[in-house]
Design a protein around this ligand. Structure first.
Ligand SMILES: Nc1nc2c(c(=O)[nH]1)N[C@H]1C(S)=C(S)[C@@H](COP(=O)(O)OP(=O)(O)OC[C@H]3O[C@@H](n4cnc5c(=O)[nH]c(N)nc54)[C@H](O)[C@@H]3O)O[C@H]1N2
Ligand SMILES: Nc1nc2c(c(=O)[nH]1)N[C@H]1C(S)=C(S)[C@@H](COP(=O)(O)OP(=O)(O)OC[C@H]3O[C@@H](n4cnc5c(=O)[nH]c(N)nc54)[C@H](O)[C@@H]3O)O[C@H]1N2
Ligand code: SF4
Ligand SMILES: [Mo]
Length: 675
């Protein structure tokens, strides 16, 4: 028996466990007691993370589509074919007709190689990944306010806060081992404020629970700030010494009295005042947020509003304070950090900065594209328009996870060439011309970076089931395209560190014990549990006024509900893995819609009869869950079930700054299927 210490492949918490391996097969999982993140705990997904690895449905051979049907091919012929087509399309249309979508499920080293492949081999900055659907407003928003777009503080501070404002985040289900720290905080006497259209578990123990309408968060936060300042509860010294722009900001925010936004939010002013006072007057206050804030057409502004609130009260830039953007995928923090984004190389170094570009050109001995590339969102527009001809998608299922499925389908159908690198036959993979079988977390070495900016090791327990890791596939394609790249993860990590000031001190050797939290500026630098301590990374924290704007679609007589979507504990995103895990599928086998009892009564909806949920983009028949956990006038659905794909309903309206879709608010109606 071999016991291999590694990092969980599901959510961004980053728990540590051992894979037990016998005769080349994984037989079990044991939590790591010494892991600094998980301390011997795992959630139900972590405990079962090995089950999908050796599932019989795993893709084992490359597949090439001929006359609409997939045929198995050898690695050699599949890679020759893909390289040949990529070259042909690049020669015919130019490099910017090609694009690469990297995977937040893959390692840092693989993401570094993938973005290098896009830039140095294909010659395009058209590289992006699922952060575009997730926390890219965090990167854009916090960067403007503070100069760095990541979590400011660390998990271990959570149980010792005096007050935690949880807004648009459901830690119990989406980040359970952080949810456990929130529970510990509650037991320690920490006061909780929850702002969520759904009564999530921490709301049961909250001192203040605000059940506002989806998409009304800026009004809510501005009103909290308005009350705090008008009551003199703001931190005048912090504002004077550490920030800029307060006066201009106040001119905008001073009109947002709690009374004036009652209809916009659907919340009693007294409740908003109570929350504002509690957050402002507690000594150790932090904000925990996630997609309820980011997945909006005002996602970036939502993030800026929270940064403003933290600065008004001086609750940032010190221990036991700050903002916790709960990053989603196991390595979405890392995929962003590695430069799998159209505008930056690793460590957020802009592609448009000439000195930076020269550094990468010298290191890679190629000339690199000078303009920002396309975001995932704009790749879809350009594919439909006809100027983008090829997607190379690694470990992402756009056809199930991007908003407005029909629109995505149209884009994929418009392409001349689609390559999908997957571990299972996802819905997107079914559309591909070539499917390349990748390797799961258990089959490779590397690192993941979790939501507290911590690099942690991922270690190979078994050989790649289809023969190659994702990194090796990329490098073999690169070689065929005339640009040899080294797939060795330790070597890729060293190259990345040498080119990236933020991560210069990162190496496999230094990550052995408990990983390292970036910035790690040198080989001697100990890592950074709390950022912005003496001063913000950008110098002074910047107040940026933001105004309430309604979602792109608001309820009307035809579509009277607001539909919002999200996650549940037992399933993970498209469920390619959790729906192949016996115990998880047993707990929740099918899609459903949450509806308030008042609405259900009005419409005559009964738990035992399916309903039809309809939006301007599509419709779905699902079972209703009648529950007062959801606000009246609002519907909630998960998106984990490929056979009943919730994203046929969601709205492809986008944040103008960072191009995230509005998954968290669109207009919908509920019908009985018989009608
Ligand atoms: N079990 C499980 N865990 C996961 C995942 C999974 O699929 N399953 N996915 C991972 C990923 S990729 C991510 S990004 C994270 C996401 O983690 P979270 O963002 O915490 O998860 P969500 O359920 O999408 O949304 C969080 C909350 O936002 C609320 N909400 C909806 N609309 C609004 C609004 O307009 N305003 C406010 N304030 N709140 C609103 C919802 O009711 C929900 O409770 O989870 C990660 N962890
Ligand atoms: N309605 C609605 N839609 C949403 C959201 C929402 O809140 N509501 N949230 C959005 C968010 S935050 C996110 S992050 C996206 C997630 O969207 P996706 O990234 O598309 O979802 P995943 O299920 O994580 O898909 C990843 C794919 O990678 C494959 N995979 C896993 N590990 C590996 C590996 O090591 N190598 C390779 N090659 N493949 C691998 C899996 O089989 C899976 O098919 O969904 C978005 N869509
Ligand atoms: S909390 Fe997240 S990282 Fe930890 S075991 Fe669960 S899914 Fe894995
Ligand atoms: Mo995500």
């Amino acid at each position: 028996m071999k016991r291999v210490l590694t990092t969980c492949p599901y959510c961004g918490v980053g728990c540590g466990f051992y894979l037990d391996v016998r005769d080349g097969r994984i037989v079990g999982i044991i939590p790591s007691k010494s892991n600094i993140v998980s301390k011997g705990y795992l959630c139900v997904k972590g405990w079962h993370a090995h089950e999908p690895v050796e599932h019989p449905d795993r893709l084992k051979k490359p597949l090439i589509k001929e006359n609409g049907k997939f045929k198995e091919a050898s690695w050699g012929s599949a890679l020759d074919y893909v390289a040949g087509r990529l070259k042909e399309l690049k020669d015919k249309y130019g490099p910017d007709a090609l694009s690469v979508c990297t995977s937040a499920r893959c390692t840092n080293e693989e993401n570094f190689l993938m973005m290098k492949f896009a830039r140095a081999v294909l010659g395009t900055n058209n590289v992006d990944h699922c952060a575009r659907t997730c926390h890219v407003p965090t990167v854009a928003g916090l960067n403007q306010s503070f100069g760095s777009g990541a979590s400011t503080n660390s998990y271990d501070e959570i149980p010792f806060m005096d007050c935690i404002l949880i807004i648009g985040s459901n830690p119990t289900e989406a980040h359970p081992i952080v949810g456990w720290r929130v529970r510990t905080a509650i037991d320690n006497g920490t006061k909780i404020i929850v702002c969520d259209p759904r009564k999530i578990l921490p709301a049961e123990n909250a001192s203040v629970y605000i059940q506002h309408y989806p998409g009304s968060d800026i009004a809510l936060i501005n009103a909290m700030i308005q009350f705090i300042v008008s009551e003199g509860l703001h931190d005048k010294e912090f504002i004077a010494k550490r920030t800029e722009g307060f006066d201009v900001f106040w001119e905008v925010v001073k009109d947002y009295t709690p009374e004036s936004i009652r209809d916009t939010t659907g919340v009693e002013p007294a409740l908003i005042k109570q929350a504002a006072k509690l957050y402002a007057t507690s000594k150790r206050s932090c904000i925990m947020y996630s997609l309820g804030m980011t997945e909006h057409t005002v996602g970036t502004d939502n993030v800026i509003a929270m940064a403003n609130l933290s600065m008004v009260c001086g609750h940032v830039g010190k221990e036991f304070s700050g903002l916790y953007p709960m990053r989603g995928q196991n390595n979405v923090q890392g995929a962003c950090d590695m430069g799998a984004l159209p505008n930056v190389y690793s460590g957020y170094q802009p592609v448009t900065d000439e000195d930076v570009r020269k550094k990468f050109e010298n290191a890679w001995a190629v000339s690199l594209p000078t303009a920002n590339g396309l975001t995932l969102t704009d790749m879809i527009f350009k594919a439909i328009e006809g100027s983008l001809k090829c997607f190379y998608i690694i470990g992402e299922d756009q056809l199930r996870t991007d908003p407005n499925t029909h629109w995505i389908e149209k884009a994929l159908d418009s392409l001349e060439f689609l390559v999908v690198q997957e571990i299972f036959m996802s819905e997107t993979a079914k559309k591909a011309d070539v499917v390349l079988p990748g390797a799961s977390f258990a089959e490779k070495d590397g690192t993941f970076t979790c939501a507290e900016r911590r690099f942690q090791r991922v270690r190979k327990a078994i050989e790649p089931i289809a023969g190659k890791t994702d990194g090796q596939i990329i490098c073999e394609l690169a070689k065929r395209l005339g640009y040899p790249m080294d797939a060795d993860p330790e070597q890729a990590c060293a190259e990345m560190a040498s080119l990236t000031p933020l991560f210069r001190g990162v190496s496999f050797k230094r990550l052995e014990e408990n990983g390292l939290q970036w910035p790690v500026y040198s080989k001697e630098h100990p890592g950074t549990p709390v950022v912005h301590l003496e001063k913000f990374i950008r110098g002074l924290g910047k107040f940026i006024p933001v105004k309430h704007k309604p979602p792109a679609e608001t309820p009307d007589s035809e579509y009277p509900f607001i539909l919002t979507t999200g996650r549940m504990l037992f399933h993970y995103n498209t469920g390619t893995m959790t729906r192949r895990t016996t115990n998880l599928l047993r707990e929740h086998p099918r899609n459903f819609v949450q509806i308030n009892p008042l609405d259900a009564q009005k419409l005559g909806v009964k738990s035992e009869e399916k309903v039809r949920v309809k939006t301007r983009r599509g419709e779905l028949e699902v079972w209703p869950e009648v529950t007062d956990k959801i606000k009246a006038g609002v519907l909630w659905m998960p998106f984990h079930f490929s056979d009943q794909p919730t994203n046929v309903l969601t709205n492809n309206a986008f944040d103008p700054v960072c191009r995230i879709g509005e998954y968290k608010a669109c207009a919908a109606r509920v019908e009985k299927p018989s009608s």
